[in-house]
Design a protein around this ligand. Structure first.
Ligand code: SF4
Length: 413
């Protein structure tokens, strides 16, 4: 392991062994690389394409992609998350957020290969929701999600044991954001909780805390995983709680760094996780863009920090950001606080509007960007040649428990 690589725990990643994918045990320690900072021979850990990976400068790359895609035909279904690069998204059969894409794949049972251009937790969810005969492929196994990696199975189990020691576990219902590993979704399902997306987080919390006589879960508290900002913004801005109703559980500190009495009082126990892309926006960015472009509308994702959301005009999931801007009148101006690939595509497809990135310093999601055209070409050519590469599998027990939490989300009132 590179000494330069930071040591973070990545739960249930899939490693490649002699070309076959196997699910790793909980909490295997893997290095999370800061891209472009070091040359680490393990940086393509788990990816058996070294040497065979096409050169990004190969002038025939697009033609090779088209040929491989045509050869696969209906046997393959290519999913493209909204944050993917243009060079990849042009080959997507459908685009969307992570949950929509997983459901799209499940609705295409004839597709033997689901090629997921997104990140690892999304491919896991697709594997859980698709049929046993479908194989989910992630073109680069190093395409993880720093937010999902901030809540590991062992950390969450330790947190729950503390709740049991304090005699509060019976009052807590876990709610996990879609952006979490299959292990965390399974933990949530085992404890009678639900998955949520940024679109339905309010409904999920209302259900968890709601009166059982009205179909709620009757919890006194919610453990919200792994994004503290989505949990806080939803609780305070959509359910009318105060910031004092929320505490932040830091898995690196004893008792999560929270006094037992504060844990007993809190309604929202927020896991100390965040998105490295949305977490970078500052309230000062909002002030700066308002000064620079008078009359501009500011729209941000609920993964942004609370101060930024308070300073913005609109808050919305990725899908809501897209629909809001598409429906906005010609001539309107928008500063958008979400991933840069999407903002650039919105600007391109809405030439009658002024659309700018909220931060003057550009920033892509580095792990989303690992799926580039060379990796997609490599994956598609390999599949077309009969060699299954980078298959993501979730073991049946984990998948069953995670499925329970996903089904609960679909059943939210
Ligand atoms: S944008 Fe944020 S939440 Fe989405 S994959 Fe990247 S790090 Fe994870």
């Amino acid at each position: 392991m590179s000494s330069a690589a930071s040591q973070l725990t990545i739960a249930t990643r899939t490693d490649q062994v002699d070309g076959d994918a196997v699910t790793s045990p909980h909490d295997r320690k893997l290095p999370l690389l800061v891209l472009g900072r070091w040359a680490d021979p393990n940086s393509e850990r788990g990816v058996s394409c070294t040497g065979a990976l096409p050169e990004p400068s190969d002038p025939a790359l697009v033609e090779r992609a088209e040929r491989a895609r045509a050869a696969l035909g209906d046997r393959a279904f290519v999913l493209g998350h909204h944050y993917q690069r243009d060079e990849v998204i042009r080959f997507a059969d459908v685009t969307g957020d992570s949950f929509k894409l997983a459901r799209d794949a499940a609705a295409k049972p004839a597709a033997e290969f689901v090629i997921f251009c997104g990140v690892h937790f999304m491919a896991e969810s697709a594997d859980i929701l698709t049929s046993a005969s479908q194989r989910v492929i992630l073109p680069d196994l190093a395409a993880g999600c720093s937010m999902a990696d901030m809540a590991t199975y062992n950390q969450v189990e330790e947190c729950w044991e503390t709740f049991e020691d304090l005699d509060i576990a019976d009052a807590v219902v876990p709610v996990t954001y879609m952006n979490s590993s299959a292990d965390i979704k399974a933990f949530t399902g085992r404890h009678g909780g639900t998955v949520c997306t940024s679109s339905n987080a309010k409904r999920a919390l209302t259900w968890a805390l709601g009166d059982p006589a009205a179909g709620g879960r009757g919890a006194g508290k919610v453990l919200f995983l792994p994004d503290q900002h989505l949990g806080r913004n939803t609780a305070v801005l959509e359910l009318g709680m105060s910031l004092d109703d929320c505490v932040v559980w830091d898995p690196r500190k004893p008792y999560g760094g929270v006094e037992p009495d504060a844990l007993r009082r809190a309604t929202m126990i927020l896991w100390k996780g965040h998105c490295s892309v949305h977490g970078r926006f500052k309230a000062a960015n909002v002030e700066e863009v308002r000064a620079r472009v008078p009359g501009i509308n500011v729209i941000v994702h609920p993964e942004c920090v609370h101060d930024v959301v308070l300073a913005a005009d609109y808050i919305g999931s990725t899908e809501k950001i897209i629909s809001t801007i598409e429906q906005a009148p010609a001539g309107s101006a928008w500063a958008v606080g979400t991933e840069l690939n999407l903002v650039q595509r919105l600007a391109h497809s809405n030439p009658d509007k002024t659309i700018v990135f909220l931060d003057k310093t550009v920033c892509f999601c580095s792990t989303m960007n690992r799926i580039d055209l060379p990796h997609l070409v490599w994956a598609m050519e390999s599949l077309a040649n009969g060699h299954v590469v980078n298959q993501i599998t979730v073991d049946p027990q984990t998948a069953g428990q995670a499925r329970a939490a996903l089904d609960q989300m679909l059943a939210l009132p």
